[in-house]
Ligand binder design. Structure first.
Ligand code: NAI
Ligand code: X2X
Ligand code: MG
Ligand code: MG
Length: 333
């Protein structure tokens, strides 16, 4: 079956026009959602834990942020845009005590509901609008008249209107300008984690780093390796984004076509797919969630070490050295 695609005419902002929306968190997604929803004419309050950097940024953007409980007490719709590992605490300490019948709890990713870290009472709506793109892009596309596609899902429909409201939020952040597809919390959570681990974040980065290291270990200049295995990736991905794989294949030389079509399959083989399946199983069984919660509980040492290793790597040093050159070459309009 082909998925139904919802666009602007399938979504009605009136469903949430008179509701008070609390956006909790002002980071990557929080800032984008708060600004887009406000620009779409909706009533947005930013709720934050502390008067720190996010608070200052929200004020700079013309919001009057309030503390989380205050935002929640006055809200009809509460949107969780604090980090996944913080949502359970925020729910238990700052949302649950002030829950009112008929309130809406909205998520941008299904993690906390799917893995049962948050278990809301029966008399509220629980739904999701999950942008399939980074927060700054959600804002950038919206201001330029476009939108990043989103998935919507309904976990609990107390009002009977949860799906309409999810579509309205999706419209408010610009997603229906592109298109929105309905999913479940389970499907969104598992595919989102799989995507960021195997491809978007983990896979692409390590593929590029492995190719870079192979060339440098063979004695080639790091700058040449950087241009080849890291910098040019954007240009190739941009063509895939516009014209698909076949469009990309048409844009490269026949030599690259032949080499790519043969060596690509040799490199990314059955063994790699077996590992992808293992990663999917770890996500589906809940083992990855367990491991991540444990890591977070220990102060995220693996993230700290990993970030440091990346920042100090030869490829990053080379990238920093080439930064000026790369900036000079960027299109000017
Ligand atoms: N980053 C992205 O582009 C995407 C994120 N999502 C989802 O959106 C939700 C929000 O994620 P991000 O925007 O990445 O979060 P983030 O890490 O950028 O934002 C954090 C916000 O929460 C606040 N915060 C951080 N630590 C806190 C703590 N201990 N207690 C209270 N507040 C704290 C920060 O001050 C900031 O305002 C998550 O559910 C994530 O999975 C979904 C799609 C893409
Ligand atoms: C940006 C996005 O969609 C990710 C990779 O899933 C995330 O930041 O969690
Ligand atoms: Mg994600
Ligand atoms: Mg994602």
């Amino acid at each position: 079956m082909v998925a139904k695609i919802y666009t602007d005419q399938d979504a009605n902002l009136d469903k949430i026009k008179n509701k008070k929306i609390a956006v909790l968190g002002y980071g990557s997604q929080g800032r984008a959602w708060a600004l887009n929803l406000r620009d779409s004419g909706l009533n947005v309050t930013v709720g934050l834990e502390r008067e720190g950097n996010s608070w200052k940024q929200a004020e700079k953007d013309g919001f009057k942020p309030v503390h989380t409980e205050e935002a929640v007490k006055n809200a009809d719709i509460v949107i969780f845009l604090v980090p996944d590992m913080v949502q359970r605490y925020v729910y238990l300490e700052k949302v649950k005590p002030y829950l009112k019948e008929g309130m809406d709890l909205v998520f941008a990713h299904g993690f906390n509901i799917h893995y049962r870290l948050i278990e809301p009472p029966k008399n509220v709506d629980v739904y999701m609008v999950a942008p399939k793109g980074p927060g700054p892009t959600v804002r950038d596309f919206y201001t330029k008249g476009g939108g990043v596609p989103s998935l919507i899902a309904v976990h609990q429909d107390y009002s009977g209107e949860a799906k309409e409201k999810a579509l309205a939020i999706a419209k408010g952040i610009g997603s229906t300008r592109a298109g929105v597809i309905e999913t479940t919390f389970k499907e969104e959570t598992e595919t989102d984690l799989f995507g960021e681990q195997t491809t978007l974040v983990g896979g692409v980065m390590e593929l590029m780093r492995s190719a870079f290291k192979t060339l440098v270990d063979l004695g080639y200049q790091p700058e040449v390796a950087y241009f080849e295995t890291i910098n040019e990736m954007k240009m190739i991905v941009d063509i895939i984004y516009d014209k698909g794989f076949s469009g990309m294949l048409k844009a490269v030389s026949d030599t690259a076509k032949y080499g790519g079509l043969t060596s690509g399959k040799y490199e990314i083989n059955e063994d790699v797919r077996k590992r992808m399946l293992e990663i999917a199983e770890k996500i589906r069984s809940g083992k990855f969630a367990e491991e991540w919660i444990e890591e977070y509980g220990r102060g995220s040492p693996t993230i700290k070490e990993g970030m440091e290793e990346v920042e100090n790597s030869l490829e990053e040093q080379t990238g920093r050295r080439l930064k000026e050159l790369i900036e000079r070459g960027k299109p000017k309009s």
